[in-house]
Design a protein around this ligand. Structure first.
Ligand SMILES: [Zn+2]
Length: 346
């Protein structure tokens, strides 16, 4: 029986006309609404049932994001426009830890954006906050299904979330829906998050850095070669009581199926040893050989085998959508992964 797919169209309001990426003005942006349409079309055609998203109170963000950052995301864009700012809001100055002074959160909207946002590839437009907040509701609705007894549920979330940390956002991500799902699932026992997006999930890692009951494993391109550059190395293991519950598995560009699947198998072995009550999968499809941003050269068959490894964990699982930018292939890649996941559960 195909598991529930949670859908919502609020994400369409987050549609920046351009971004600044590696010195270039990029238009159209890679992270755009059509991504969700092609995935939904493929899953519906294959018989996956869609379910609407339920709204959840803002307390689902407690323990995940700083309340001041959430308030900025909610209100900052309107303040920017009221002050005469153009349609697209991109910071021009960023907070740096090397800045000896600079410990005061700016009052101006543009200054505050540079305080919270990490880069120029994450523009804000009028519908951005509503889209990110709806993605959190999608993930929480998938949690509701799993806590009600569904063996698995898939939240078709956009924008992605795993680069959003406790007090920062960036890398196309605004709010961390995978972390929000994990935070809610913690009430049911230990949680393991497996992140197979091609980029390291620095935000998720930071949210649960000190958490002994949340295992975070990530398979991604070596940050010496790819965003987010500053994290994702093997010696990042978590802090305090959470030491050992962060495990990074960086791979060289061009790794391909066998090396990717070896790393996913290690992530699954670590997860089984952790013996979680529930699992959250951060499903990025941007490790695909056809992806315009990824570098790991994984085939559709490789994704199907990864889906089988994740399904064989045989735990109640919330799957959330992260990256994946090959519009012509995204539906087939997602379908291959989820079908194999389902088949492996038997
Ligand atoms: Zn990614």
């Amino acid at each position: 029986m195909p598991f529930p797919v949670i859908v919502d169209d609020t994400h369409e309001g987050h549609d920046p006309p351009y971004e600044l990426n590696a010195g270039r003005m990029v238009a159209p942006v890679p992270e755009r609404p059509e991504r969700i349409e092609v995935i939904a079309d493929a899953l519906v055609a294959a018989g996956f049932p869609t379910h609407p998203c339920a709204t959840h109170d803002d307390d689902v963000l407690d323990g995940v994001h700083d309340a001041h950052m959430v308030a900025f995301l909610r209100d900052g864009y309107a303040a920017w426009r009221a002050a005469g700012g153009p349609e697209v809001m991109i910071a021009d100055t960023f907070r740096s830890p090397a800045w000896a002074a600079g410990g005061r959160r700016p009052r101006s909207p543009l200054g505050a954006l540079g305080w919270y946002c990490t880069d120029t590839a994450t523009p804000l437009v009028a519908g951005s906050y509503a889209a990110a907040r709806a993605a959190v509701d999608l993930a929480c609705t998938a949690v509701d299904h799993v806590l009600d007894g569904a063996p698995a549920a898939y939240a078709l979330t956009r924008p992605p979330g795993h680069h959003a940390g406790p007090g920062y956002f960036g890398g196309f991500c605004l709010l961390n829906h995978a972390a929000t799902a994990a935070q809610r699932l913690r009430a049911a026992g230990p949680v393991a998050i497996v992140d197979i997006d091609v980029h390291h999930g620095n935000g998720t890692q930071d949210v649960f850095w000190h958490a002994p009951d949340v295992l975070y494993t990530s398979v991604h391109t070596d940050p010496d070669h790819q965003y987010p550059y500053f994290s994702g190395a093997t010696d990042e293991l978590g802090g305090g009581a959470g030491h050992g519950t962060t495990r990074n598995l960086p791979l060289a560009p061009g790794t391909g199926d066998e090396g990717f699947l070896h790393a996913v198998a290690i992530a699954c072995e670590l997860t089984t040893a952790f013996d979680p009550a529930t699992v959250v999968v951060s499903l990025g499809l941007d490790a695909a050989d056809v992806d315009p941003l990824g570098q790991l050269e994984v085939t559709a068959e490789g994704f199907a085998r990864a889906g089988a490894l994740l399904g064989a964990l045989d735990r109640p699982t919330v799957v959330v959508q992260e990256g994946g930018y090959a519009l012509a292939d995204l539906g087939a890649l997602t379908l291959a992964t989820l079908r194999a996941f389902e088949d492996a559960r038997g």
